[in-house]
Write a protein that binds this ligand. Structure first.
Ligand code: BG6
Length: 477
């Protein structure tokens, strides 16, 4: 009996364009929503579409402008990934490098060239790229001119982007994700869908209409990807983390089930091909009327995803008791605090068994191959004078999560294609805009104010992960 990870398991790491590339105005790149979210207190209201910031304003620091400048360091960075033995590297495309405004008919050749060189560099090191087409990323022009994903015209612009990528990178890329953490549209709508809300608007209505457009766009992308190259595999991407009931009280169980449905709603459509009844009933209750055509429904039905990818940082807790409201921090949306779990320095609770539970829940629901495309610990690192960090805390976190994943494969029989840790090289935090919240195996000398030499150095976890990959997960140290 197989006691370990399957042969060909795709070990690697993950990043997103806006959190690492920098070079926000180089080689014709257009301005994007992700550029204009500053570090500091106003970041969250902007991300949530409640505070309007459509351009750079005086007195703010915008960390994505330079980030860790991977645009100019990608060869060095990919060589380090290769040295760790990565089988795959998950990265995202900056839409506004390819179509600077978003609605042009012809792409920007310089942008296309950049990713072509990057993908070739990956292959040189035996690394299979895994590409997120949109990771919280939308050209500002599409937001100002069309209102972002609330507008059906976005389908046309997104399809053009996808066709351009699938044609140009045929033979270089075969794993694609359509939208990063698609359920974030409900919690971080400016990042998830370029939505800014006007006074008095029915925000739920706007969010679900935008979600419908993204879901149909995702189905079209799947269709086109398969037409252009039958080798292409297209996945959806969920910010996952199973909800636990706060107690055995039935109303807590019911609350947990409802919360899970808020998230699984998206994957129910992308993996099963139709809107679930519970969502239709909810819309009816809330007076939400999502405009959709018969053609849309046929696309959703006929072009479901090939695999399900997700990020996992923690489980969550729900309560049906309005008196229970002690919250804990988490990935964008907070949940009830779990008294049995420790937390990171940012208050995200740590639950390796929760990963096994989540893997089983998703497998039981869909029976499609899965891919964990984000998992990791954001922590403060203190480097020595050579940039070396003794990050045993990170190693511990990852070791426990990898063991839980192995249990899910070996003991429970779930089908898992691979695992990419989040922020394999230190990068800007999406939630807070900080540099000091680090996830990497590779330390980057840059701080919250943008100071530093950008020098890369290997942390202790670099050597540890290399050994994990070399032994296909047998030796977890
Ligand atoms: C996920 C995102 O939500 O979590 C990433 O896909 C993000 O973009 C990651 O960076 C970790 O969150 P944070 O806020 O610590 O950067």
């Amino acid at each position: 009996m197989n006691k370990g990870f399957p042969q060909g398991f795709l070990w690697g790491g993950a990043t997103a364009a806006n959190q690492c590339e920098g070079a926000y105005d180089v080689d014709g790149r257009g301005l994007a929503n992700v550029d204009v979210v500053p570090i500091g207190e106003e970041r969250f209201p902007i991300i949530a579409g409640q505070r309007k910031m459509f351009d750079f304003e005086e007195g703010y620091f915008y960390p994505a402008k330079e980030s860790i400048d991977m645009y100019h360091h990608y060869k060095e960075d990919i060589a380090l990934f290769g040295e760790m033995g990565f089988k795959t590297y998950r990265l995202s495309i900056a839409w506004s490098r390819i179509f600077p405004k978003g609605d042009e008919l012809e792409p920007n050749e310089k942008g296309l060239e950049f990713y072509e060189k990057l993908f070739k560099e990956c292959h040189k090191h035996g690394i299979e790229p895994l590409v997120t087409i949109t990771h919280f990323d939308c050209p500002m022009h599409l937001i100002e001119e069309y209102g972002g994903w609330r507008n059906r015209k976005m389908l046309e612009f997104y399809e053009r982007l996808c066709r351009t990528l699938f044609m140009r990178y045929k033979g270089l890329v075969k794993y694609w994700l359509t939208f990063n953490e698609i359920n974030m549209i409900l919690h971080a709508p400016f990042m998830g869908a370029g939505l800014y809300f006007e006074e008095g608007e029915n925000q739920e209505q706007v969010k679900y209409q935008a979600a419908h457009h993204e879901l149909v766009a995702s189905a079209i992308a799947t269709k086109v990807a398969h037409e252009i190259d039958p080798e292409n595999k297209v996945g959806c991407m969920l910010a996952a983390g199973q909800y636990y009931p706060n107690t055995a009280h039935p109303r807590d169980y019911w609350a947990a089930l409802q919360e899970d449905r808020e998230n699984y709603f998206f994957i129910d459509v992308q993996a099963r091909g139709e809107y679930p009844n519970y969502a239709k009933k909810k819309w009816e209750r809330l007076g939400i009327d999502v405009e959709m055509s018969e053609e849309d429904l046929a696309l959703l039905r006929d072009y479901t995803v090939d695999f399900i990818s997700f990020s996992y940082y923690s489980s969550r807790v729900a309560s049906g008791d309005p008196e229970v409201n002690e919250k804990t921090e988490g990935n964008i949306f907070a949940s009830i605090k779990n008294p049995y779990l420790e937390a990171s320095e940012w208050g995200w609770q740590i639950d390796p068994l929760g990963l096994r539970i989540t893997l089983n829940a998703i497998w039981d629901r869909y029976q499609k191959p899965m891919f964990i495309v984000e998992n990791g610990l954001g922590a403060i690192d203190t480097p020595d004078e050579n940039g070396y960090v003794e990050d045993d805390y990170r190693i511990d976190y990852l070791r426990q999560h990898i063991a839980a994943m192995r249990d899910a494969i070996v003991e429970d029989g779930v089908e898992l294609l691979g695992y990419t840790t989040w922020g394999c090289i230190d990068l800007v935090s999406a939630g807070t805009g900080e540099m000091k919240k680090r996830y990497g195996f590779i330390y980057v000398d840059r701080d919250n104010e943008g100071k530093g030499t950008l020098t890369r150095s290997k942390k202790k976890s670099f050597h540890w992960y290399k050994q994990v990959i070399a032994t296909n997960g047998q030796d977890l140290g």
